[in-house]
Design a protein around this ligand. Sequence first.
Ligand SMILES: NC(=O)c1ccc[n+]([C@@H]2O[C@H](COP(=O)([O-])OP(=O)(O)OC[C@H]3O[C@@H](n4cnc5c(N)ncnc54)[C@H](O)[C@@H]3O)[C@@H](O)[C@H]2O)c1
Length: 363
Amino acid sequence: MSRNSRSLPETRLRSFDTSRNNVSSPAAGEFFRRDQSMLKAGVIGCGYWGPNIIRNLDALPGVELIYVADLNTEQLAKQKALYPYIKTTTNYLDIITDRAIDIVLIVTPVNTHYRFAKEALTNGKHVFVEKPLTDSVQTSKELCKLADSMNLTLMVGHTFVYTGAVRKMKEIIDSGELGTIRYITSQRLNLGLYQKDINVLWDLAPHDLSIADYLIGSQITKIKAYGHRDINPQLEDTAFLNLTYSTGEKVYIMNSWLYPEKVRKMAIVGTKGMMIYDDMEPEKKIKVFHKHVDFSKSEISYQYENGKEYFPELILKEALSVELSHFTDCVLNNKEPLSSGNKGLNVVKVLEESDLLLRRNQA
Ligand SMILES: NC(=O)c1ccc[n+]([C@@H]2O[C@H](COP(=O)([O-])OP(=O)(O)OC[C@H]3O[C@@H](n4cnc5c(N)ncnc54)[C@H](O)[C@@H]3O)[C@@H](O)[C@H]2O)c1
């Protein structure tokens, strides 16, 4: 049964259904002694990104940050100094097996996502896992199936679909203001941060792919990938993905860790108008252009339309706060997350296919 087809929302306590096998459940009635209004959270990983998750989680009403795990004791000490009431541990299993914990947030390197998420789900926890969901289609599928069979929420950190800018772009596209979308370009470039275990597409493209999926909403029918390895001979640091969608749109993605400036820019080109999204702009992130070109075959001539240009107003709330609030809402009300496990699986499918294409194109 799909989650959306359930008529009555269950509560987070659905994770403690004692009829389930292999679930570490509290003794009957134990949860009634706990504060019903608070979801108890554990975070695994507080390196670069984890502290942002922790800060937003701590500020979220209805969530009690209980536990943080990391192998690095210095990182743990920094978090303990900021949030003296949390428990810290170097053993992630302390969080996963703690019966007080309802939700587990995994903010560790990609090669750990599958194991940590699987163990957390098996122990009855709702799971938020940072992008990309896992490092293979097979393991991503397994997690989606497991979450579904356990009736637990599995959500992926596709952060950009929770930004005011991307939401506004979706609104503008859906309103028809730009006409039919012809193509989208997306550039995510910077000097570093070089990752040790994944190439630049696995690191950065989940953002471009999840935004494109949100904006277009149809299936990808064709993928092309090119890339090169300029620094580490094992991993592409600059790569290009060309995608064709079943509804005709083309998406061109460029990702690089070897670029002089930080660029986070998208262009959306439609039959009636165009739009630029520059995430490096502090406020005026989106510019809409009522510009288009018409072509007359009989006269072989082009007509250029230059209409108004404007910056739509955006809700500039921190995306992580919106994202984590959505996660807890999904947990409490048994809703399908916008960036569900299945959305994460779709991204991993493209990344896995791109690995094959990159290898083929290198030969
Ligand atoms: N959504 C976003 O915008 C965004 C941005 C950056 C990173 N991320 C994602 O966040 C995740 C972490 O990235 P990062 O840049 O913070 O990496 P990082 O290497 O800086 O931090 C990872 C942390 O995990 C810890 N760790 C590793 N193995 C562990 C284990 N077995 N038990 C406990 N802790 C362990 C490490 O000690 C480290 O502190 C990745 O999946 C990445 O793709 C998402």
